[in-house]
Design a protein around this ligand. Structure first.
Ligand SMILES: [Zn+2]
Length: 266
């Protein structure tokens, strides 16, 4: 049985070595990828339709125009020409935003109600687009496949419940948890660069998160915070990346600064 296990693992490593790696755009990080973008994009289309069924479109013209403007500019800056981009403001008090694989972006009006300007929106959109072009969803699925495959091998090889439960605990702690935090930092970096290339002042990113992470009443942002945990470290990392973002912003052809103002002060 042990020989079977070793052979299977060897085969698995060889298969991944040949087919299962990809470089993330902008950051160049090598990632595990065992799914296809075609498959992920199909899931994106189905899921987008469900969200649009669940919530009505916002009729707020300022919001719709701002998302249209910054969405187009960010899509162009991403260079992701195989995406069929769509941008929708959904009317709900929930505070969240997402970009599904294939470029299906939705921003909830609830999160736009707490933004000061279009540049803050551009950061949130560019961050979500960052997750999509880095294919974090596909990467997560790939680790899931690998984890279930590994679990089967361990169960077959050792024929012991103890071995497989120890395996599943260690992969949860060792791989699954820190994974999403590193996804967040990567999406922040990609987001900062994309918003800057799209012509928005990258300082808006730090202003947006700092305002809310320091505010104890920011349970207003509960949903966005729970899917995108933000702490002092994350803001610090954004500040450190600001020089790179500023350089991109200086090169941008069509500078919009902070764009349309939604509301002043707070
Ligand atoms: Zn995120």
């Amino acid at each position: 049985m042990k020989r079977f296990l070793i052979h299977s693992l060897f085969l698995l490593v060889a298969v991944i070595g040949f087919t299962g790696c990809r470089s993330v755009p902008i950051t160049g990080r090598k990632q595990l990828m065992l799914t296809t973008s075609g498959y992920e994009n199909e899931l994106g289309v189905t899921s987008y339709a469900e969200y649009k069924e669940k919530f009505p479109r916002s009729t707020n013209e300022t919001y719709n125009r701002a998302l249209d403007n910054c969405g187009k500019a960010i899509a162009e800056a991403s260079g992701q020409t195989d995406f069929e981009w769509q941008f929708t403001v959904l009317q709900t008090d929930t505070q969240n935003a997402f970009c599904l694989p294939g470029g299906k972006v939705a921003v909830y009006s609830g999160i736009m109600d707490v933004m000061q300007n279009e540049a803050e929106l551009a950061f949130v959109v560019a961050h979500e687009v960052g997750h999509a072009i880095a294919r974090h969803g596909g990467e997560r699925m790939s680790w899931g496949y690998l984890q279930s495959f590994g679990g089967i091998l361990v169960a077959l090889g050792f024929q012991s419940d103890l071995a497989s439960s120890a395996y599943s605990i260690s992969t949860q702690v060792g791989v699954m948890l820190p994974f999403s935090r590193s996804n967040e930092s990567e999406a922040d970096l990609i987001g900062l660069i994309l918003m800057s290339r799209a012509g928005y002042n990258p300082q808006a990113a730090v202003q947006f998160w700092s305002r809310f992470s320091q505010d104890s009443k920011s349970s207003m942002l509960g949903n966005l915070m729970s899917t995108h945990p933000c702490d002092a470290k994350r803001i610090e990392a954004m500040k450190q990346n600001m020089a790179i973002a500023e350089a991109e912003y200086q090169k941008a052809q069509n500078k919009k600064g902070f764009g349309t103002v939604f509301r002043r002060g707070r």
